[in-house]
Design a protein around this ligand. Structure first.
Ligand code: ADP
Ligand code: 5GP
Length: 204
């Protein structure tokens, strides 16, 4: 059987990275899709680990070459998912986890709906999101304001997701994420299901 996809979205500062890290020991083998972005690295972020950091020119060449499974402009920067490593991970039967925005989720749904599960992560309130963005100390005030404006639009898409995780307490949120990740792994492509049915019938 081939792999499956778990899309995680939610406002910047919702706690997506924190939750993936907390749940990682519990969810078994997975491949985290490292996105490519034109955003500048935050302090502590590593090229090739957190993101592949590239120039606008490099990103636009990637678009022309058809390298991206999906890409979007978020907060005035490009963000995109490279096709090749995702395809390889799916072929190895792995669960592939994406941390992408609502536009990216729509594009993945359009292309790979049958193997996709999705969860929207959010702090309990907009006020709490603002507190967390400020306490992370990784962005200046103008950037934080832009992210908060974007968050007010993103939250409107919560109904497009299979699950919502309200990240009030990290431990509880990562338990919920673990359950969702384990279920996501069990989703099979239509092609795999058809092969299974053919074999099932043939062995009567
Ligand atoms: P994202 O990956 O969604 O942008 P982060 O995981 O970087 O968000 O989290 C944003 C900030 O909020 C970090 O400083 C993180 O330590 C903090 N944080 C995450 N979850 C919680 C929580 N449940 N309670 C309080 N602070 C949290
Ligand atoms: P940040 O700058 O906080 O790391 O990410 C900003 C937003 O971009 C987040 O909502 C994150 O989920 C989204 N994002 C990160 N990588 C990708 C990607 O490859 N594609 C899309 N569409 N969104 C992404």
């Amino acid at each position: 059987m081939s792999g499956a996809i778990l899309v995680l979205s939610g406002p910047s500062g919702a706690g997506k990275s924190t939750i993936i890290q907390a749940a990682a020991p519990e969810i078994g083998e997975y491949y985290f899709s490292i996105s490519t972005t034109t955003r500048k690295p935050r302090s502590g972020e590593l090229n090739g680990v957190d993101y592949n950091f590239v120039s606008v020119e490099e990103f636009e060449e990637g678009i022309k070459a058809g390298d991206f499974l999906e890409y979007a402009r978020v907060h005035d920067n490009y963000y995109g998912t490279s096709m090749k490593p995702v395809r390889e991970a799916l072929e190895r039967g792995l669960l592939v986890i994406f941390d992408i925005d609502v536009q990216g989720h729509r594009l993945i749904r359009a292309k790979l709906n049958d193997i996709t599960t999705s969860a929207f992560i959010t702090p309990p309130t907009l006020f709490e999101l603002e507190k967390r963005l400020k306490s992370r100390c990784s962005d200046d005030l103008t950037v934080i304001e832009k992210r908060l404006r974007n968050a007010k639009e993103e939250i409107m898409a919560v109904g497009e997701y299979d699950f919502t995780i309200i990240n009030d307490d990290v431990e509880q949120a990562s338990k919920e994420f673990t359950i969702i990740a384990k279920a996501a792994r069990l989703k099979h492509s239509r092609e795999d299901e058809e092969t299974f049915v053919r074999n099932w019938l043939a062995k009567s």
